[in-house]
Design a protein around this ligand. Structure first.
Ligand SMILES: *Cc1c(COP(=O)(O)O)cnc(C)c1O
Length: 233
């Protein structure tokens, strides 16, 4: 078995155990494999054991990788999720090449994605990124502006607002991890109570996966636990 296949099996076991502890069905949590910095061959190895959803942060790297994966595996459809910071001059290729975007934090970006989404692809699935760590993070919409942002994004014709995403301040303390994810879930529940039909909580990475599942994650974004440590140049 390849290292990636073995790692996927271990992550799967962690998700399964966390679901069991939380009384949740395994089918409620989708595993997004975060392949940033890893080559197309790594994606193909994960595909060989059934992985079909991949997350990428850097647009050019992602576009190159998508082409290469399509060349290596022309008959297998996979879903690409954009999970990196979005520059407003890069929205067009994002809207054309991804099925999901997890990192929308301003209306202007959402409007551009909606205008630039090729209609034949159907609506682009969107999560709003929320800053739940206050000063510790510059990314994400502030909690106070979230209800209005969500209401406006939900009205854009070529987007489907699915839910919320957050990257809490890193912590190795499971109680701190859970508290941050609980905050995101509370925000999610209050938007739902306000009438928005949201179904997605994108939260949890390699270091805090179990806490995220315990607090209701429906997508966990896992990179290093699957592909190994990242090396940036
Ligand atoms: C890199 C990244 C991940 C994966 O992180 P790991 O700790 O390697 O699992 C998840 N989400 C986002 C937004 C990322 O940038």
């Amino acid at each position: 078995m390849s290292i990636i296949a073995a790692n996927l099996q271990a992550v799967e076991a962690t998700i399964g155990a966390a679901c069991a502890r939380a009384g949740r069905a395994r089918s409620e949590v989708e595993l997004l494999a975060v392949s940033k910095t890893f080559p197309a061959e790594a994606v193909v190895e994960a595909m060989a054991v059934g992985q079909r959803a991949f997350g990428e942060n850097y647009l050019q790297e992602a576009l190159d990788k998508m082409q290469e994966v399509a060349r290596l595996q022309p008959d297998t459809a996979i879903a690409w999720h954009f999970i990196g910071p979005i520059q407003s001059n890069k929205t067009r290729p994002i809207a054309a090449s991804f099925q999901w975007v997890h990192t929308v934090e301003r209306l202007k970006i959402a409007q551009r994605l909606s205008e630039q989404r090729p209609p034949e692809l159907g609506p682009l699935d969107i999560c709003l990124q929320v800053n739940i760590s206050g000063e510790a993070s510059k990314s994400g919409a502030h909690e106070a502006e979230l209800p209005e942002l969500a209401r406006q994004v939900a009205q854009l014709p070529n987007l489907r607002l699915r839910g919320l995403m957050a990257i809490p301040e890193a912590s190795t303390n499971p109680e701190h991890q859970r508290a941050a994810f609980a905050r995101l879930r509370t925000l999610f529940e209050s938007l739902r109570a306000g009438g928005l039909p949201l179904d997605t909580l994108s939260m949890g990475m390699s270091g805090d996966l179990a806490a995220a599942v315990a607090e209701g994650a429906t997508i966990v974004r896992i990179g290093s636990a699957i592909f190994g440590a990242r090396h940036y140049e």
